[in-house]
Design a protein around this ligand. Structure first.
Ligand code: NDP
Length: 483
């Protein structure tokens, strides 16, 4: 596959290049080889993109919801038809195995386009009768939106932001992470091909400075970021300057609580999915695995056995189920946390080492006897490192599960249904799971509480975050005034 895109940016319905921008080498994480070279947006490119999105917005918003929805649904169909090529590209961009990308990335992107395409015609205001007078509300677009993405799910993140934004009649300038710049360009190409007018969805590349320039531009009405908490703080503060709307999808350190009565095999599956899928580079991962003491030994034994099923190798090989870290830098961060875990006295059950092969591979790693205050139990690692902590009672584990500044996700495995719902009611997290982990269907709201974020993506809830309500008071009779 030719991984070098036609040009670095997609603006106003066309690929655009400006080689005077800072070079962005795209590295295939499985080999460390440069597979494409792009250029960061210069001030002129940033201006072109914002001007195009601003110019297109009013006309796009004047289309009926049905018409806008039709474009999104057509884009969903194209994405599904091209799923193979898009998945291969996603694997080159991120290093995630094709076995994952072929069923998760373009497909979940297509789901979002289809879902919000279907919803677009149903975005309406309401009527409130007040005697003979009445109020009606208009649900209007926010305007020009900026999307900024992380590197772990570049296609999905681009679609999760584009689909609700465009359904509501907004336009968007999207900046992918410079680590994974390839996939969002395909999303832009497909939306344009599906009939989105030029300027409705634009992609420009760049490092943090390009994101910062977008967020502070006076024409921008909303910013949606998927990224880390430190970046979230900066972007939120910059958006506050212009009182802009924000959605913040940030990091996590989520608890996964496994009770003695849980189905062991399912609980182990949940812990694997919540720690090692995408080599652990998933924001909602349940990396603090609290296991009740009665099942702990059996859990660790079965988990270790199941990890023998890990198949590393060329991620483009459909048999391979475990890929590299996205970058040398991320690999280094993960190695640093593993060293800290050992130094602070956690017991290394399995893994812990860089794999002796090209690329940025590290073994799936499990620590047991982890205590609440150890660094590996408090900090987001964003890699394949599971911390197993033990507990005795429900009363004890819930406050421990909540004792984190993050609040993205939380899960519980138990056969006791009332306990499951009690736990979920007590979790301080935006997205919870009972006897499963990390499902993210477009129909369900996704997002965090506490430091993990503001706002929700997916589901009907996302409409609230990409539209605003105008209240209109209508008087039927004469109007009295004091003088
Ligand atoms: P970063 O926070 O480093 O970067 C996110 C994006 O913001 C990148 O495109 C980055 O550009 C850009 N950026 C950096 N600085 C600024 C700035 N000052 N102004 C505007 N934009 C800026 O996150 P990562 O890419 O490293 O992704 C990992 C993080 O994302 C983890 O914390 C993870 O938990 C979180 N995440 C959250 C998800 C969620 O839905 N809650 C989903 C996926 C990931 P550049 O890369 O060029 O610096």
């Amino acid at each position: 596959m030719n991984t070098q895109p036609t040009a670095s940016h997609f603006i106003n319905g066309a690929y655009v290049e400006d080689k005077s921008g800072e070079e962005i080498p795209v590295i295939y994480p499985a080999t460390g080889e440069v597979i494409a070279t792009l250029y960061a947006a210069t001030p002129a490119i940033i201006e072109q993109a914002l001007a195009a999105a601003e110019a297109a917005q009013k006309e796009w918003a004047s289309w009926t919801g049905t018409e806008r929805g039709r474009v999104l649904r057509r884009a969903a169909d194209i994405m599904r038809e091209r799923n193979h090529d898009l998945s291969v590209l996603e694997t080159f961009d991120t290093g995630k195995p094709y076995q994952e990308t072929s069923v998760v990335d373009a497909t979940s992107g297509a789901d979002a386009l289809e879902y919000f395409g279907g919803l677009a015609a149903a975005i309406t205001g309401e009527h409130i009768q007040l005697g003979e007078n009445f109020v009606y509300t208009r649900r209007e677009p926010v305007g020009l939106c900026v999307g900024i993405g992380a590197w772990n799910y570049p296609t999905q993140i681009a679609c999760w932001k584009a689909a609700p934004a465009l359904a509501c009649g907004n336009t968007m300038v999207f900046k992918p992470s410079e680590t994974t710049p390839l996939c969002a360009l395909k999303v832009a190409e497909i939306l344009f091909e599906a009939g989105a007018p030029a300027g409705v969805y634009n992609v420009i590349q760049g490092y943090g400075a390009v994101g910062a320039a977008l967020v502070t531009d006076r024409r921008v009405d909303k910013v949606s970021l998927t990224g880390s908490v430190p970046t979230g703080r900066k972007v939120y503060a910059a958006a506050a300057e212009g009182i802009r709307h924000v959605t913040m999808e940030l990091g996590g350190k989520s608890p996964l609580v496994i009770f003695d009565d849980a189905n062991l095999e399912n609980a182990v599956s949940g812990a694997i999915l919540g720690n090692f899928y995408s080599s652990g580079q998933v924001c909602s991962n349940g990396t603090r695995v609290f296991v009740q003491s009665g099942i702990k030994d059996a859990f660790l034994e079965r988990l270790t056995e199941r990890l023998k099923g890990v198949k590393m190798g060329d991620p483009q090989d459909p048999e391979v189920n475990y890929g590299p870290m996205v970058s040398e830098r991320q690999l280094g961060i993960v190695e640093g946390f593993i060293e800290k875990g050992i130094a602070e006295g956690a017991r290394l059950v399995t893994g812990g080492k860089r794999v002796d092969r090209p690329g940025f591979y590290i073994e799936p790693t499990v620590f047991a006897d982890v205590t609440d205050e150890m660094t590996i139990a408090t900090d987001e690692i964003f890699g394949p490192v599971m911390s197993v902590l033990s507990f005795e009672t429900e009363e004890e584990v819930l406050p421990r599960a909540n004792a984190t500044e993050f609040g993205l996700s939380a899960g519980v495995f138990t056969a006791d249904l009332t306990r499951a719902h009690r736990m979920v009611a007590g979790f301080e997290a935006g997205t919870c799971y009972i006897n499963t982990y990390n499902d993210a269907p477009v129909e369900a709201p996704f997002g965090g509480s506490k430091l993990s974020g503001v706002g929700r993506e997916n589901s009907k809830a996302a409409i609230e975050h990409y539209s605003q309500i105008k209240g209109v008071f209508v008087r039927m009779g004469d109007l009295e005034a004091p003088f």
